[in-house]
Design a protein around this ligand. Structure first.
Ligand code: SF4
Length: 251
């Protein structure tokens, strides 16, 4: 399914979805990353050319694009836009404890928007035991994220849509102590620009290199079973991922 087709499908779902109250569960579960909070792509993302071609959130053979899933993402978006952020924060933390989570992926699909950033900041600040791994491409929102919360890991996603020079400008503009970079590698000779996590495009996993086991995601290169992988690997929400960056910048 293309992002255009996904947008058309989502438009119908948005029209048919009432604003939701706080009662339902906010978090979802998936095989690789475990528990996550998801939002509707077409309301929150600003896709790059590579996203438009390869976004896993638009793959029609995955549960992520089933009607029930998209409806939940739309309902989450509605909830965050209309409800007291402290009540949402309390609800998410309750789910975190009740599900025995050891980390929570923020934006399994979707991206940050102001109300979402507000709730995430409250969660990590009020509950230092709640580890949050947030994936984003939104420079403006990521700059509003807590700089002090050591339980927050901000993964800023890059790909080769932009030239290296433009990517460097983004990295310089963000300048945030909790941010590291991931890169979606689609070509063998892509410049990954020192990204801490490299995701080899799954459709080309047989030809893209597994050239650095410290950075290349083991799942997308078939080095690790998908089920429960992030809980075991933990590289994307590990303090050493950020410490490596600090050491390099001091050299
Ligand atoms: S590098 Fe590890 S933690 Fe990150 S997405 Fe891959 S399996 Fe999950």
């Amino acid at each position: 399914m293309s992002l255009n087709n996904l947008a058309a499908k989502t438009k119908q779902i948005i029209a048919a979805t009432p604003w939701r109250a706080l009662g339902e569960n906010i978090c979802s579960q998936n095989t690789k990353t475990g528990w996550s909070i998801n939002f509707n792509i077409t309301q929150t993302c600003h896709p790059t050319k590579m996203c438009s071609e390869y976004c896993y959130g638009a793959m029609s053979d995955r549960p992520i694009t089933w009607k029930n899933s998209i409806t939940k993402y739309v309902r989450n978006y509605n909830l965050f836009r209309k409800t007291d952020p402290q009540l949402i924060t309390n609800k998410i933390y309750k789910e975190y404890i009740a599900r025995h989570m050891t980390f929570l992926r923020w934006n399994g699909v979707g991206d940050l928007f102001p109300e979402s950033t507000d709730v995430m900041n409250r969660l990590v600040t009020q509950h230092p035991d709640a580890v949050v791994w947030c994936s984003t491409r939104n420079v403006g929102e990521v700059r509003k994220c807590s700089r002090e919360a050591t339980n927050l890991y901000l993964m800023f996603s890059l790909d080769n849509t932009l030239q290296s020079r433009q990517r460097k400008a983004i990295m310089d503009a963000i300048d945030h102590p909790r941010v590291y970079y991931s890169f979606l590698r689609t070509e063998e000779n892509d410049d990954c620009m020192g990204a801490r996590i490299v995701f080899n495009l799954q459709q080309k996993k047989d030809i893209l290199p597994f050239d650095d086991e410290r950075t290349v995601c083991p799942v997308d290169s078939d080095r690790m079973p998908v089920k429960g992988a992030c809980k075991e690997c933990r590289r994307c929400f590990n303090s050493t991922t950020l410490e490596d960056i600090k050491h390099e910048s001091q050299m």
